[in-house]
Ligand binder design. Sequence first.
Ligand code: ADP
Ligand code: MG
Length: 312
Amino acid sequence: MLAIQTTDLSKDFPVGFWRPRPYRALDKLTLEVEQGETFGFLGPNGAGKTTTLKLLMQLLYPTSGRAEILGRPVGDVGVKRRIGYLPESPYFYDYLTAEELLSYFASLVGYGAAERRRRVSALLDEVGIGSERRLQLRKFSKGMLQRVGIAQAILNDPEVVFLDEPMSGLDPLGRREVRNLILSLRDRGCTVFFSSHVLADAEALCSRVAILASGRLIASGKITDIHAFQVRGWELIVAHLSGESLERHRARMRKVTAIADRQYALELPLEPGPDGLLRDLIGEGAHLVSLNPTRESLEDFFIQQVGQQEPR
Ligand SMILES: Nc1ncnc2c1ncn2[C@@H]1O[C@H](COP(=O)(O)OP(=O)(O)O)[C@@H](O)[C@H]1O
Ligand SMILES: [Mg+2]
């Protein structure tokens, strides 16, 4: 059984006041997500990610096509009990504390008082909210609110969690924390479907991704299998590199950028690989600072794809 399946899922919004015309926000999305996968749903702003998530949550109804979660149509009440959802910009009642808010949600799920206390406390520990749990939410930072939102989404031990841009608006530390939370969900077998406009978020987490632009699926699969994201070359950063050494090997480099005194970023072609050059440079006194494969960025990919699409 699949965790999520959509078939030709489409959504039109009427736009224009005097003569409303349909605007296609999502165009025939066909997608399969296996159970236990951490799936990245990527695309630039306006691509249709939130629309898709809302269709899956039945906050919107499709113009055409179908969607199933855990083998049941999205409307199935039994399925709702087994999923969790973090909306794009969650808004919570400001004057409740984190503890009160989650306890309220836990009562909606139907947990009794003792179970509620136990769960809420364990959840707040898990998402890293300590003594602040007794503060009113209006005093929370964006990152802390996001963690409360995630706690809310996993309150009922869901089998599938839907997170809409869980990392947006967070600082690097907050991003890392959310990433670790997603990894811990994955480790306990939960299927995670999350949207993002940042490729790096997905690279660190996902078994597979789907890429959406202007409402259409433009690529899907493992990041490393998607042609556009194959390694293009290498970026080698070295220190203590002498001018003579640089001159001697210049032809083996695509591009040279000086960073500091005798420290350079060297762009190398994919073939023959960086090993030989690195060995030669080190032999001539250079020090290795870092070596990384370079890929096309998601942004480049979007720009290129969106440019290719015929106007609608
Ligand atoms: N309720 C709505 N009415 C009209 N257009 C909408 C509505 N919701 C979204 N859209 C449009 O649909 C497109 C997709 O939006 P959205 O799903 O929010 O994209 P994303 O989440 O990928 O940024 C956008 O062009 C947006 O303006
Ligand atoms: Mg969105």
